[in-house]
Design a protein around this ligand. Structure first.
Ligand code: PEP
Ligand code: MN
Length: 338
């Protein structure tokens, strides 16, 4: 990708004229409109374009090549951080955003109880799976649309937004009707057909890191979504598989500041799936905030022993409340708010 950085003083007419020209030459353009500067990315055969050719245009400040495999997700293309606005909740800004809820949507009363418990303790986004990617086909697979309805209703009643997983493009329209954020699970991080389709959706997307994905593969998966036009991508570290068996996965916290360095996208951390054990969730949530995460996604259940999935890692509402108190303190220490 070649990047054209426009001068701060560049006018809309100058930018439009340049875009028209590049398109006429047969190249695909991506526009990044920052607070101070506009950056134009040129993709395709454009790699062979002469940088000099663009310097002559009015309003152009600088021209450079992005030599990394990922382009649109890179800091070079978009120097300012991306803030994803979900109905007024800003993910990637000053606030640490908390997503909480059950692993799966089980029934109306339980979800309602959990929604009230997490919302009153500071969660802005209600999570819950209606289509579950279970390791065994004999495990509870989720309630489908019935579950989506329950989740939406619980979120509306508690003034929260909804995040839920989409596993199959066939359900995109259905899920879009109920969700505010589409979640791509770890098992689907490399489902490129799904990523492309989601890239054409108008809904924000949270992409979870695949359990064996490198940082570069993770960012390239985000690039798949963004290259189709969806600019509202949130990354989520949820642990990777290692030789360690005591914890469900191994939380890779160093990826948080690394992603901040390489990309403009917000990153949140899921300490529930990363550890698999209730007592490890809060310490890892706090470490994540200290490491610079933009938010936390945790599983909460009012009766974990009876949960249909992931009970062992679910926080009780009281645990969640205690976690939130500590998150507040750590957030303050690193210059953030909750
Ligand atoms: C989930 O968050 O519901 C989930 C299944 O997590 P992951 O895709 O990270 O395993
Ligand atoms: Mn789960």
């Amino acid at each position: 990708m070649m990047i054209i950085v426009m001068k701060q003083t560049a006018t809309k007419e100058q930018i439009d004229a340049l875009l028209r020209k590049i398109k006429r030459w047969g190249f695909e353009t991506h526009l990044s409109t920052g607070e101070n500067k506009t950056v134009i990315g040129i993709i395709g055969k454009g790699e062979s374009l002469q940088e000099r050719a663009f310097l002559a245009f009015e309003g152009v400040e600088n021209v450079m090549q992005v030599n990394k495999p990922y382009k649109i997700v890179s800091r070079e293309f978009h120097p300012e951080k991306t803030i994803v606005d979900v109905k007024g909740t800003k993910i990637g800004g000053q606030d640490i955003v908390i997503m909480a809820g059950p692993c799966s949507i089980e029934n109306r009363p339980t979800v309602m109880k959990i929604a009230k418990a997490v919302s009153s303790r500071g969660a802005a986004i209600l999570r819950g799976g209606a289509f579950k990617p279970r390791t065994s086909p004999y495990s509870f697979q989720g309630l489908g649309e019935e579950g989506l309805k329950i989740l939406r209703e619980a979120a509306d009643e508690t003034n929260m937004s909804v995040i839920t997983e989409i596993m199959d493009v066939r359900y995109l329209e259905l899920i879009e009707n109920y969700a505010d954020i589409l979640q791509i699970g770890a098992r689907n991080m490399a489902n490129f057909t799904l990523l492309k389709e989601i890239g054409r959706s108008k809904k924000p997307v949270m992409l979870k890191r695949g359990m064996a994905a490198t940082l570069q593969e993770f960012l390239l998966a985000a690039e798949y979504i963004m290259s189709e036009g969806n600019e509202n991508v949130i990354l989520c570290e949820r642990g990777v598989r290692t030789f360690e068996q005591y914890t469900r996965n191994t939380l890779d916290l160093a990826i948080v500041p690394a992603i901040k360095e390489l990309s403009h996208l917000p990153i949140i951390v899921d300490p529930s799936h990363a550890t698999g054990r209730r007592y490890l969730v809060t310490p890892m949530a706090l470490a994540a905030v200290a490491a610079g995460a933009d938010g936390i996604m945790v599983e909460v259940h009012t009766n974990p022993a009876e949960a249909l999935s992931d009970g062992a890692q679910a926080l009780l509402p009281e645990d969640f409340g205690k976690m939130m108190n500590s998150v507040n303190i750590i957030a303050k220490a690193v210059g953030r708010t909750v």
